[in-house]
Design a protein around this ligand. Structure first.
Ligand code: NAD
Ligand code: TYD
Length: 354
């Protein structure tokens, strides 16, 4: 048995592979295009491990995907691959349309053709799991109830619109053709190996470098935060026991305004890596122009996955953010390579003699 995972050189996919192979011997085929967000250094500990097969390629390359499916006969495909950064989607949305919509469509088509040819038992057992986001539901007011799975779709950024479209394609593939799909809509993740363009890792690396900590607008936008390893355990639960055709919201029950997140990161750094001059890192906080169309609040009601699949996050925000800050302090090389761009040479240097 084997599973095919797309986008597993990225933040969540790579954490998923590391966790999967730590508790399981089932091999993983990792199909990743290695955009700027793909970093094989994250998976360096799997070098030489036959359970991890890396293939550089695009989910929109139908011939490649079909070949991988025919060759490896996976029992499941997990789709993490995406363009994932809202600010980049505002500056240049085209890549988001290509990967998140066209790419997911082509992936689904190749998977459907493969699934159609499986024996009856394998057809029934097969799963296509699509990893999505709470951002497809749009923005909540302060007093609104948290997003449930039946909340209407109201995406506001090119990123969330492209993810919403991909969710609809996945849904339609089940409804029309019967492909056994599962969709997870998760809140903001944080944890090890997070690319420092997103709020939490950016604040950590900028703070340590003595740079400004740019808070958009009034800093009172609210997100729900989930430790990445808890997201990975939720995906494993859904893959194992989720009902085909169902959607599961995944969240940490941890709603916090951005400014509180930034202050928490500063306080942890003050404790764990105090500045020589005795001042707090929070003196580096600066307010910058707000993101256009900035969603005010996301909140996840994760009671369905808790009720039906007995999943709960293990980390509180306090424990998860401490682990995260400690991880960044303990892994300066990973951070330095990301900042210098050297991580992009990893494939050439590491695999040159392979
Ligand atoms: P990421 O940007 O860190 O990683 C994305 C990975 O996909 C990269 O390795 C990249 O090289 C790869 N990729 C991009 N385009 C590709 C293509 N056309 N073909 C193959 N690979 C391609 O993203 P992430 O934060 O790990 O997010 C993973 C998934 O989880 C995404 O679908 C995202 O929408 C979803 N999600 C993310 C969060 C979050 O907080 N990060 C929350 C909820 C859902
Ligand atoms: P981000 O990590 O980009 O995730 P998303 O936009 O998908 O929620 O941003 C999280 C929040 O932090 C969001 O409200 C935007 C805000 N933010 C800042 O205030 N400053 C920053 O430099 C960044 C990257 C984000």
């Amino acid at each position: 048995m084997t599973i095919l995972i797309t986008g597993a050189a990225g933040f969540i996919g790579a954490n998923f592979v590391l966790d999967w192979l730590a508790c399981n011997d089932e091999p993983v085929i990792n199909l990743d295009k290695l955009t700027y967000a793909g970093n094989l250094e994250t998976l360096a500990s799997l070098q030489g491990d036959a359970r991890h097969i890396f293939v550089q390629g695009d989910i929109g390359d139908s011939a490649l995907v079909s070949r991988l499916l025919a060759e490896h006969r996976p029992r499941a495909v997990l789709n993490f691959a995406a363009e994932s950064h809202v600010d980049r989607s505002i500056l240049s949305p085209e890549d988001f349309i290509q990967t998140n919509i066209v790419g997911t469509f082509r992936l689904l088509e190749a998977v459907r053709a493969y699934w159609n040819e499986l024996e009856a038992e394998a057809r029934t057992a097969f799963r296509f799991l699509h990893v999505s986001t709470d951002e497809v539901y749009g923005s909540l007011g302060a007093a609104d109830p948290a997003f449930r799975e039946d909340h209407r779709y109201e995406p506001n950024s090119p990123y969330s619109a492209s993810k919403a479209a991909s969710d609809h394609l996945v849904r339609a593939c089940h409804h029309t053709y019967g492909l056994p799909v599962l969709t997870t809509n998760c809140s903001n993740n944080y944890g090890p190996y997070h690319f420092p363009e997103k709020l939490i890792p950016l604040m950590i690396v900028n703070a340590l470098a003595g740079k400004p900590l740019p808070v958009y607008g009034d800093g009172m936008q609210v997100r729900d935060w989930l430790y990445v390893k808890d997201h990975c355990s939720a995906i494993r639960r859904v893959l194992e026991s989720g009902r085909p055709g169902e959607v599961y919201n995944v969240g940490g029950w941890n709603e916090k305004p951005n400014i509180e997140i930034v202050n928490t990161v500063c306080a942890l750094l003050d404790e764990l890596r105090p500045k020589a001059d005795g001042t707090s890192y929070n003196t580096q906080i600066t307010t910058v122009k707000d993101r256009p169309g900035h969603d005010r609040r996301y909140a996840i009601d994760a009671s369905k996955i808790e009720r039906e699949l007995a999943w709960r996050p293990l980390e509180t925000f306090a424990s998860g953010i401490r682990k995260t800050v400690q991880w960044y302090l303990g892994n300066p090389e990973w951070v330095a390579h990301v900042q210098s761009g050297a991580y992009r040479d990893w494939v050439q240097t590491q695999y040159a003699s392979a």
